[in-house]
Design a protein around this ligand. Structure first.
Ligand code: ADP
Ligand code: MG
Length: 394
């Protein structure tokens, strides 16, 4: 996609003088007719926490394995700190990998697990002691050195695996769903910890996950992969607030998709009402805009008192009927139907009883213009609109 590639290039050229920590150049990987990674070009800046996010089978692990040297690309090149390493064996690359299965040496102590790589490199004993103790401290494992690795909890074993990788001070750390085996509560704690650790050590992280919350919590930038390519790449907030495609919009969270037509540059809903959207990447090609996305938490509900809804330039207005209310304590979720037979999903904070609505209530839905993002038609099977799009009445 030309816009996102331009974004990558300009951000990297603009922010770093030194070569990218990692650069993939038109990398393709085929396994017996299956294209796992499809002409991928990607740059990671030095010291960046980069999240590669996507559903199972989209090519994340294959991408990571090619950077680690465990898999060779079918075509394309891979650079590490400006050096072409496409054909270097894993042990010649200045990278370390942390897997979901911690792969610790069960018969060794925590200290010996962490010291393993340094001993193999023939490091001085005093340096090894200093480095191992420093990294056990960073990972919150001070005092755990003599313990057998297998006597630790899952979360602690994951920390040992991280210490063992970081102690080698690699140029890049590759992490493949490293928290996949941890339960939800420990995951949250580890996310906060991992972000702190990455800042502290300053090493470039390439982090693979299928969990959008994890990618947004951790990544300085996120690439959202789909079918061996990425469909969007940017800072978490930008990718969430202004996703490039419907796939990205829906993968990152719940999303209302309003069908629109472009009438001399003015976007209109099926009932003819004019709506706006934030000026984004599609501003120069309004004829390609087929839908406007709005996140459920960005839509506001108010009782329809029958008076004409006043719209300011900044607001979009839709009259709708509540069909379902789900009370969730802190929030309520509403399902609504629109005059053109469409459905809306709204998430509202429960602040006072007066704000709550029940099935059958007529309501007015509003949202700020900048909370709507323009999208092209979905690629793939065409979604059939529930009603015909009528000519605007005004
Ligand atoms: P992810 O990590 O995003 O789940 P993978 O990179 O593991 O995805 O896989 C991408 C695609 O490549 C999948 O269709 C997978 O079945 C296929 N694939 C991965 N490794 C191999 C392999 N060694 N042989 C054949 N197909 C593979
Ligand atoms: Mg994988």
């Amino acid at each position: 996609m030309s816009t996102t590639n331009a974004e990558v290039n300009s951000s990297v050229e603009g922010s770093t003088q030194s070569p990218a920590a990692v650069r993939l150049e038109n990398v393709t990987k085929e396994f017996k007719g299956i294209v796992a990674v499809d002409n991928l070009t990607l740059e990671l800046a030095q010291g960046e926490f980069f999240a590669l996010l996507g559903p199972s089978g989209c090519g994340k692990t294959t991408t990571l394995r090619m950077v680690g040297g465990f898999e060779q690309p079918s075509s394309g090149k891979i650079f590490l700190g400006g050096q072409d390493i496409t054909w270097s064996p894993p042990y010649r690359r200045d990278v370390n990998t942390v897997f979901q299965s911690y792969a610790l040496f069960p018969h060794l102590s925590v200290y010996d697990n962490v010291a393993f790589g340094l001993r193999r490199k023939g490091k001085d004993k005093v340096d090894i002691k200093r480095l191992v103790e420093e990294h056990l401290e960073i990972l919150g494992l001070g005092g755990f050195g003599p313990r057998p690795a297998t006597q630790l909890s899952g979360g602690q074993q994951q920390r040992v695996a991280l210490a063992r990788a970081l102690v080698n001070q690699p140029r890049v750390l590759l992490l493949d769903e490293p928290m996949g085996a941890l339960d939800a509560k420990i995951r949250k704690t580890m996310q906060v910890e991992l972000k702190r650790i990455q800042r502290e050590v300053g090493i470039t992280f390439l982090y693979v996950t299928h969990d959008q919350d994890e990618a947004m919590a951790l990544g300085d930038r996120i690439a959202v992969m789909h079918g061996g390519r990425y469909e969007d790449l940017g800072a978490p907030q930008r990718v969430y607030d202004e996703p490039a495609t419907q796939f990205v919009a829906e993968f990152l969270g719940a999303c209302n998709l309003l069908p629109v037509t472009s009438d001399h540059g003015q976007l209109r809903l099926p009932d003819g009402a004019a709506i706006g959207a934030r000026p984004g990447s599609m501003v120069n090609s309004p004829e390609l805009i087929a839908q406007v996305g709005v996140r459920p938490e960005k839509m506001l509900l108010q009782r329809d008192t029958g008076q004409s809804a006043t719209s300011t330039d900044a607001m979009n207005v839709v009259r709708a009927t509540i069909t379902t209310t789900i009370y969730l304590g802190a929030t309520s979720e509403y399902e609504l139907t629109t005059p053109w037979g469409g459905h809306l999903h709204i998430l509202a904070q429960n602040i006072s009883d007066a704000d709550r609505h029940g099935p059958g209530d007529q309501v007015i839905v509003t949202w700020e213009r900048d909370h709507g993002f323009a999208l092209p038609a979905a690629v793939g099977p065409q979604r059939v609109a529930s009603t015909e799009i009528e000519e605007p009445t005004q």
